[in-house]
Design a protein around this ligand. Structure first.
Ligand code: FES
Ligand code: FES
Length: 391
């Protein structure tokens, strides 16, 4: 379908699939400020303007763009630089992945509600998620940015009171800094070195840096909680145009690694292969598809046919210890730095922390509460989706 629209003030006429998303089109055309954190209209990272209205580009189809004006961070006016200064000086961007989407919305807010109070700001930006900042520093930056409308000549005020107070605290804490430290970053707040590049949406993340002709790898994941893979038919996947290879456990080296991910010494056991013929949870990797395009790799991944022999699954952590079903019975299972686990008991690690004479303290206490507590599993939930680029 031939589409004509304006992108950052420049007319574009191009063939585009009407069902391609605006997000995918922009990224394919090297507009790297537009980020994706969810693809499901939940994070705000992909915000651009369509005829000056903020929209989530991951949920706008190209057919809707025909005849309209699209603006991305690359095409907004000088107000962006003023807001970037507020963000940088208030320490409001950290990983920076959410910043372009936030900036697009704040600049729209600035146009529509230049005198917005905190509640209006919060409501307007309720769709912009940030995993790093805790939002307090962003609010300081936004208040300072909007506050310029009340200043003579529309000039930005100096740093917010909160930022100045923080600076004083840092200075007080830095007393005793030696003369050789002066001029360094010690005892004074600093704007992050990469702050302005990130706030301008410059390429900085794994997906921005991969070359256009990089092959794309996607994993086929198990729908079984515990099973042995008895057969994988890759023929239909390999027949998809653009598919370069499909790898299965037979192709994978029998090298185990730890899922914990930190560098040497790794604490957790070496109990994972890149592709294994036993799957141990729903989502475990079964096969790997390599293709030239996202479309080809996505289509082929659905055509890999896996046959499983189901094994008993353990679906409750409380039932796992000493269960007759052993999850890791492979012969080459090996300890990491921590040796408190026992694979035959489904035990990854075990630890007891006691400080002082616990029994004596309990005996002396007026009230003893004997309960069992569980903490939640913590996931950092970073906004940048997991991807890597290798060459
Ligand atoms: S809202 Fe579009 S990527 Fe999250
Ligand atoms: S700075 Fe917002 S997600 Fe990292």
């Amino acid at each position: 379908m031939k589409l004509t629209f304006t992108l950052n003030g420049r007319e574009v006429t191009e063939d585009a699939a009407p069902d391609q998303t605006l997000f995918a089109w922009l990224r394919a055309h090297h507009i790297k400020s537009v980020k994706c954190g969810c693809e499901t209209s939940n994070c705000g990272l992909c915000t651009v303007w369509l005829d000056d209205e903020p929209v989530l580009s991951c949920s706008v189809l190209m057919a809707r763009v025909d005849g309209h004006a699209v603006t991305t961070l690359e095409g907004v006016g000088p107000a962006r630089e003023e807001f970037a200064r507020c963000m940088a000086e208030e320490g409001a961007e950290q990983c920076g992945f959410c910043s372009p989407g936030l900036e697009m919305d704040v600049l729209a807010l600035d146009r529509k509600h230049p005198d917005a109070d905190d509640e209006t700001i919060r409501r307007f930006l309720s769709g912009n998620l940030c995993r790093c900042s805790g939002y307090a520093s962003q609010m300081r930056a936004i208040r300072r940015f909007l506050g310029r409308h009340k200043n003579p000549g529309g000039r930005l005020s100096e740093r917010s009171e909160a930022a100045v107070a923080m600076e004083k605290q840092v200075k007080a804490a830095g007393k005793g800094v030696t003369s050789s430290d002066r001029g360094s970053s010690l005892s004074r707040p600093v704007v992050k070195k990469d702050a302005y590049a990130l706030l301008a949406g410059k390429p900085a993340y794994a997906d921005d840096l991969a070359p256009d002709d990089a092959l794309i790898v996607k994993l086929v994941r198990s729908g079984q909680a515990h099973a042995r893979v008895t057969k994988i038919d890759t023929s239909r996947a390999l027949a998809v145009p653009g598919v370069v290879a499909v790898y299965t456990p037979e192709d994978a080296p029998r090298n185990s690694f730890t899922l914990a991910g930190q560098s040497y010494l790794e604490c957790s056991p070496y109990d994972t292969r890149i592709l294994d013929d036993v799957v141990r949870y729903v989502g475990d990797e079964v096969a790997m598809v390599v293709a030239e395009t996202e479309e080809a790799v996505a289509k082929a991944a659905k055509l890999v046919k896996v046959t499983y022999e189901k094994l008993p699954a353990i679906l409750d952590m409380e039932q796992a210890l000493d269960n007759p079903t052993v999850i890791h019975d492979e012969k080459d299972w090996a300890y990491g730095a921590d040796r408190t686990g026992d694979p035959k008991r489904n035990l990854v690690a075990h630890d007891v922390h006691e400080h002082g004479d616990v029994d004596a303290e309990l005996a002396a206490a007026d009230i003893v509460i004997d309960r069992e507590y569980h903490t939640q599993a913590a996931e950092q939930a970073m906004m940048e989706t997991m991807r890597s680029y290798a060459y």
